[in-house]
Structure formats: structure tokens, C-alpha cells
Design a protein. Structure first.
Length: 192
């Protein structure tokens, strides 16, 4: 039954249920009994509608506040079926009306900036996907998570120092004159 891992996660002694946050639950397929038990145990369930109503930034802020409350580490489990099934057909539980890939990537980048002890991608099933797009998006979730951790200095020895280490940047971002950027791949120099 889906939501069974979440049910079992509420029984982990060193991970209080109040620190568990699910983002992007939605649709008519979500087992209501599992969601009800999770909420009764004190977990936080943020729906696709919540993301739509309050925006990605507020969802990330709230999720990190809850996940880090009294915690020494945070683990990210990313269920690929949170993304709309039109973009990720290669999953065992395709969800029409899920998040857009752009929203999902912004969520993982934001969550990663708080620091993570680890992460996983679940429910990615390449045999169900004739175009490999589910695997590509799954890989992008991992890549964006790792890049965000590097950018903020939570992975590796130091934070990124090159201004082009992560984009996109606003047009007034400083340009490093020692770098040879290809045309169109970096914002113009800041004037004055």
C-alpha cells in the first residue's frame, strides 16, 4: 500500500513524526487513510494545492523550519510521482495534476540549501517510460540538489566563489573578468 513507508517513518525513534514533512501530496489517488494517520501522528502534509496557493518559497521555508526543529540532520526522500504524470510517465503511481518539473526543482534546491545528510529518489521506473524522461528528471533532481549543496557550502570544502557557479542570475550580477564566458552564457557587466 502506498504511504506505508511514511507510516513506518513515524515510528523511527530518532526522527520524531513532528519533523516529517510531505510536500506535493494531491490528487484523487492519495490513500486518505494513510494521510489521516500521518496527520494524526503529527506529521505535516502540504498538498499540491498548498504549493499553488502559497508558493514554492513559503513551502520550503515552512518545511525546513519543521524538519530542522531540534534535529541534527535532515534527509530528503523525493518521490518522482509528485511531478505531473505528463512529465514522468515512468512511475508506478502516475499522478495527473502533480507539480511542474520547474516547481519540483525549485523545491529541492530550496530544501538542499538548508543542508542535507542524504537523499534518495523513489518510484522512478524506467521500464514504464518509453522516452526516458522520468530518468532524466530524476537525474536532474539529484544534480540540482547536489549543486545547491555545493553552492551554499554544505558539500565540499567551501561555498562556490565563481559568480556563474549557479544560475540564472539577474542581469546586474558581477562578471568575473578572469573568466572567458561564451556569448550569451553570462549576464552583462554591472555598470557603475
Amino acid at each position: 500500500m502506498h504511504t506505508t513507508p511514511w507510516f513506518h517513518a513515524t515510528n523511527i525513534p530518532n526522527a520524531p513524526a513532528t519533523n516529517l514533512v510531505q510536500i506535493g501530496i494531491g490528487g484523487w489517488q492519495a490513500p486518505r487513510a494513510g494521510v489521516k494517520v500521518g496527520r494524526a501522528r503529527g506529521t505535516t502534509v502540504m498538498t499540491v494545492g498548498d504549493v499553488e496557493r502559497v508558493g514554492v518559497e513559503k513551502i520550503v521555508e515552512t518545511a525546513l523550519e519543521l524538519a530542522w526543529r531540534g534535529a541534527k540532520a535532515v534527509y530528503l526522500s523525493f518521490d518522482i510521482d509528485v511531478i505531473d504524470s505528463g512529465f514522468v510517465p515512468g512511475t508506478g503511481w502516475p499522478e495527473p495534476g502533480g507539480l511542474l518539473p520547474r516547481e519540483a526543482l525549485a523545491l529541492v534546491r530550496g530544501c538542499a540549501e538548508g543542508g542535507l545528510s542524504g537523499m534518495e529518489i523513489v518510484e522512478c521506473s524506467p521500464p514504464y517510460d518509453w522516452a526516458e524522461q522520468t530518468s532524466l528528471i530524476s537525474a536532474r533532481v539529484v544534480l540540482d540538489t547536489l549543486a545547491s549543496l555545493v553552492r551554499v557550502g554544505k558539500l565540499g570544502n567551501k561555498a562556490a566563489t565563481r559568480p556563474d557557479a549557479w544560475g540564472p542570475y539577474p542581469g546586474d550580477a558581477p562578471r568575473d573578468p578572469t573568466q572567458n564566458y561564451p556569448a550569451g552564457h553570462f549576464p552583462p557587466r554591472r555598470e557603475g
